[in-house]
Structure formats: C-alpha cells, structure tokens
Design a binder for this molecule. Structure first.
Ligand SMILES: O=c1ccn([C@@H]2O[C@H](COP(=O)(O)OP(=O)(O)O[C@H]3OC[C@@H](O)[C@H](O)[C@H]3O)[C@@H](O)[C@H]2O)c(=O)[nH]1
Ligand SMILES: [Mg+2]
Length: 582
C-alpha cells in the first residue's frame, strides 16, 4: 500500500534482511495504527494531503468565493424572563444529554507542566477543572431527574477525549480522586492518535530526524472527537438509550456550565441540529468569529472562522480594516467559545456519511516563495467546530450569544503573554480565569438582590484585574438562576474583602451580613439557614513573585496566594433543620 502511495523512500535506506528487523517491524506496526485510526486510512490521508498541499501552493484558500457577513443568532441576557425560561427547558433536557470534553491538547501557550484539567479553577477552594465539570454534570442531571418524577434514572454519559500527551495523567487524576463522585462506568476516555507528518508537496511521509524507522507524527486537532465518537459505537448506544443531545466543551473554562442550561434550552426550543455558544468578541482576540459565509454559487453557512483566518478573510473581501471593533467596541462577529450542542439523530446521520471525517486544513511553512520546500514537516489538522461544513443546506445551524462575564474565561496564556494582551481584551490567564469566577458569582448574587460591594483593581503578574469578593458555590447548590433566587432571600450583604464558600445543597442565605470569611457545608438532607452578622479578619489575597521557587506552579502562575487569617467554618453532618445566626 505504501509503495502504491508513493512512499518508497520509507524503505530505500533499509539494510539487508536480518539487520534491524525489529525496528522495521515496529515501523509497520506504527503504519498499522496510523492507517486504522484515520477515517479512510492512510490512502485517504495522503490523497487529501496532496489536494490541500496543491491548493496551498497555488495560493487558493478555502474561503475563495465566499463573502463574510454578520449572522444573526439568539442573544441572551442573564436573568431576564426569556433566559430563565430557556434555563428551565435546558435543565429538563439534561437527562437526554451526553457530555464530551476535548482534553487532548498540551496547552503550549499556557506552558503548565501538568495537564490543564488538573489546574485549580480558583484557589479559594482549590477545585480543579475536571472536578468542577464532573460535579456540574452530576448536579445538572440530579436537577433534571428531580423534575421527571418516576422516570428511569440513567447515568448521564461523560466522555473525555485524551491524547498520548494527556491520557495517563487524566486517568490518574480520576482514579486518585474516586472519579470526583461519578461512577467509573459513567466516564469513558477516548484517546486520539497523532497523524503522520508530511515532508514535501507530494505528501511523502516524514521520518523522525533521530530514528529512520519511525514516522514523525503531530496532533491532528480537536476535530478528531467526531471520528472517535463515531467509531467507538457510543453514539449508537446513546441513540438506542433515547438520548437527544451531545454537548462538547473544552478544557479550561471555569464559567463553562453557567451558559449550558440556557443554551440547551435554546437548542431544544428551536430544534437546532447545531448550536454554538458564543460571547461578544474583541477584535484580534484569540477566539474564532462566528460568521455567515455566502458563496457566489448561492451556498450559505454559519460557521466559525478561526482567529488566524478572520483578519485575512475580511481584508480579502473588501473590509480594509480587517479584524476590527465596530461602534459597539466589539468585533461584529460573535466569539466562538467552542461549546457545541449537537442533536444526536442528525449527528449520527451525518457521521454515517462521512465516517466522522471533518474538513481538514494544512498550514505548511515554506522555506521560500517558490513554495517547494518546508521549514519543518507539516500535517493535516482539523477542528471540532468545522463539523457543520459538510452539512446539507436543510440543517438547522444556529448559535447562542451569552454575556462574556457569565460564560467564558478560559485559561490559555502564560503570565508573560497574558501581560502583553491589549487593555480591554481578555488576558486568558490563570489569574483572570480565577477572578472571572468571583465576578460572575457576585454579579449573579447581585441580580438576585444581594448587596455586593464593587470590586477593587489589583495587579497580579503584571495584569490588572477586578477583584470581587471571593464567592464560590458547589454546582449542587445552584445550577440555574432560579436556584440562586430560591436560595437567597431578604436583605443580604457581602463586603469586597469577604470570602463566601457554599458547599452544601440546601443552604439558604437569609439576612446575612458578611464581612470576612464564611465557609458552610452540609449533607444533602440537612436544611441550613445562614444569616446574621459574620465579621472576621477573613482570607486575604497577597501578591507573590511568579518566579519565586517558594510556591508551587499552580500558585505562581496566578501571582497571588490566599492568606487564611480567620474564618467562620460550619459543617452540618446530620439530617434536619439548622440555623446559623450569630
Ligand atoms: O489535538 C488536540 C488539540 C486540542 N485539543 C483540545 O481542544 C481544546 C481547544 O484547544 P486550544 O485551547 O488550543 O484552542 P484554541 O484556543 O487555539 O482555540 C479554540 O478555543 C477558542 C475558540 O475561539 C477557537 O475557535 C477554538 O478553536 C482544548 O480543550 C484542548 O485540550 C484536543 O483535544 N486535541
Ligand atoms: Mg491551540
């Protein structure tokens, strides 16, 4: 097969039989993996690569013939009637959903030594991303099944796509934490394989510079998730079990689940086959723009245009300013946060046609303008949000825009790069990601009638951030705004220096005046009223030096530590009614 595919160079340097046989066999084992893990096998990979390499050499781009324009979608405002209705519908639908986390990326921009899902979302409680995701899925499904009295309770499936870079450590994180409360059978890990590198325009496979019996490989991108789900047989299993929705999300967004219920409500109400979540986007931010593309032949699609392609596309189609803000101070194109909600039936139909293959792209770096040689080997790549590109015109493809403070604060940049982000654009660092969680929780409490102090500005790791009271709650306390409103009543106030951690489910905040740190926990059958005046020295945030070896990497990367001076900590371990009033 390899000879037919023009890959004779892989063998030309081979010594006589009997020499290095075991390396030669290993090469063929590797070929076997590369062949079986790609939809259509290596022949399909090489064919596509030749086409895309020829297009790239000729300077044809995938957007040729398309004109971009601003699409219209569902725009939500946190806390209004429509938002709350969608949340209610969305929670109901969770029992028919499966969740998929793509976590195969190394996070080169972040430069963290561990896996990204092990990073703390915030350091008040130290909850890591994976724990937050799992507890959110559990809390949402609990809320969903509660509404469906008597209905068969299934375990809402959770899939994590890993890669060789993340697989072992993800598994270890789950195992050493008892799967954060999920049943081990509820979670499936699917590992993506890397793809073969290409050495030249003829798509000759590249050999590892240090070992001529190994084909060099690189990541193929998060688009692999579709082929993996399809070939795993899980989609069919889910369909047979009556599921309707598959929700995709990424590895480091501490606000991720705040936008899920309403967006799922939008999907269900509008019967969207594809619903992408978006937030207002600042020009030049590293997030793709949701764009309507109209082709000269009449074709139309609403699709993500990746951040590195938006500016050239706009310039090539008569927008001299390229990727720039409009009069609103934002890019007119909503920013893709890569949380996708797919309707399972149409998803399976589509993947049955494509085998899970996603439209790919190639990005070779040429040595010179003749475009005959590459600086280093290249490979095909694909993105999960490109799934709609092959859909028929009849597909219902929409998107939902929510406020940025509510739904998106990823941790993607290391402190040095985050400090260079233009003022007004998101830092996307561990520092800003943590602050965004406190801000969102304060904003939500404020909307529910709590008197919260305004934030103060602080500089940590050379980034200026708003510091609000450190308010954190477990997902089981509230998954929707209606839950928050139900658990907060009368006159409450929280000062800026405060820390409020709510760990139990039935904790009711009533006439609380907090100026300090308060941590409340309770078992599920305890009902606790939290009120009165709580005043203590609290937990103070102190700047630290990001280069000081005195602190672990998780702390250095945010530029502050929490000094736990004094707190009121209460835990209710027995069922019954309790009241904390001081
Ligand atoms: O091969 C891969 C690459 C990445 N991933 C995962 O895919 C997710 C996204 O990866 P990155 O964080 O590198 O993505 P980027 O920041 O480059 O862009 C992504 O998020 C922001 C959106 O606006 C972009 O449209 C989207 O492509 C992560 O969860 C990562 O772990 C894989 O699972 N496999
Ligand atoms: Mg990336």
């Amino acid at each position: 097969m390899l000879l037919e595919l023009g890959q004779v160079h892989l063998f030309q340097h081979w010594p006589d039989p009997g020499v290095d046989d075991h390396y030669k066999k290993a090469l063929l084992d590797q070929v076997d993996i590369l062949n079986s893990s790609y939809p259509g096998g290596l022949s399909s990979y090489i064919k596509t690569a030749r086409e895309l390499l020829a297009d790239s050499k000729a300077g044809r781009n995938p957007f040729d013939g398309f004109t971009p324009s601003v699409p219209s979608g569902e725009v939500l405002t946190f806390g209004d009637d429509k938002f709350m209705q969608y949340e209610e519908i969305g929670v109901k639908e969770v029992r028919n959903a499966a969740f998929v986390l793509v976590a195969g990326g190394l996070g080169e921009r972040l430069g963290y030594n561990g896996i990204k899902v092990a990073l703390p979302t915030e350091t008040t409680t130290g909850t890591c991303f994976l724990q937050y995701y799992i507890e959110s899925i559990l809390a949402l499904s609990e809320a969903s099944f509660k509404q469906a009295q008597g209905e068969f309770r299934r375990d809402v499936p959770f899939v994590i796509m890993t890669s060789d870079d993340t697989h072992e450590r993800t598994l270890q994180l789950l195992e050493s934490n008892a799967y954060f409360g999920m049943k081990p059978t509820q979670i499936k890990l699917l590992k993506q394989e890397k793809v073969a590198c290409l050495a030249d325009n003829d798509a000759r496979l590249a050999l590892d510079p240090n070992n001529k019996y190994i084909i060099q490989t690189k990541p193929h991108g998060h688009g692999d998730v579709h082929a993996l789900l399809y070939s795993s047989g899980l989609l069919k299993e889910w369909k047979d079990a009556g599921l309707r929705w598959v929700l995709f999300f990424q590895d480091t967004n501490g606000l991720l689940f705040k936008g899920i219920p309403s967006a799922l409500g939008v999907s269900a109400s509008k019967e969207y086959h594809v619903n992408s979540l978006a937030v207002p986007r600042k020009a030049k931010e590293a997030s793709g723009g949701i764009t309507k593309l109209t082709h000269t032949d009449g074709r139309e699609m609403v699709i993500n245009v990746e951040y590195n392609q938006l500016d050239p596309l706009l310039r090539a189609t008569g927008h001299a300013d390229g990727d720039s803000n409009c009069e609103t101070g934002y890019s007119p194109y909503p920013g893709n946060i890569n949380q996708l909600i797919l309707e399972l039936g149409s998803y399976i139909d589509e993947l049955s046609k494509t085998g899970g293959a996603i439209k790919e792209f190639i990005n070779p770096k040429y040595t010179d303008s003749t475009k005959t040689a590459f600086k280093s080997s290249t490979r095909l790549e694909c993105m999960m949000q490109d799934y709609p590109k092959t859909l028929p015109a009849s597909a219902r493809v929409g998107f939902t825009v929510t406020e940025k403070w509510l739904a998106y604060a990823p941790v993607k940049n290391n402190p040095q790069d985050a400090a260079k982000v233009p003022k007004g654009n998101a830092n996307q660092s561990a520092t800003s990601g943590e602050m965004a969680i406190y801000r969102a929780n304060n904003m939500i409490l404020k909307k529910a009638g709590v008197n919260v102090d305004n934030p103060v500005m602080h500089v940590f790791n050379s980034q200026e951030v708003e510091v609000w009271a450190r308010v954190v709650w477990k997902p089981k306390w509230a998954v929707t705004f209606a839950d928050v409103k139900n658990k907060v009543s009368r006159n409450n106030s929280v000062s800026q220096k405060s820390t409020l951690v709510i760990k139990g489910r039935d904790i009711f905040i009533e006439d609380l005046s907090l100026d300090g740190a308060l941590i409340v926990d309770s078992v599920d059958d305890a009902k606790v009223k939290v009120g009165g005046s709580v005043c203590n020295n609290g937990w103070i945030m102190e700047s630290i030096d990001k280069d000081s070896s005195a602190f672990p990497e998780e702390i250095r990367t945010r530029g502050f530590k929490i000094n736990r001076m004094e707190q009121l900590e209460k835990s209710y371990g027995e069922p019954g009614n309790f009241s904390l009033t001081s």
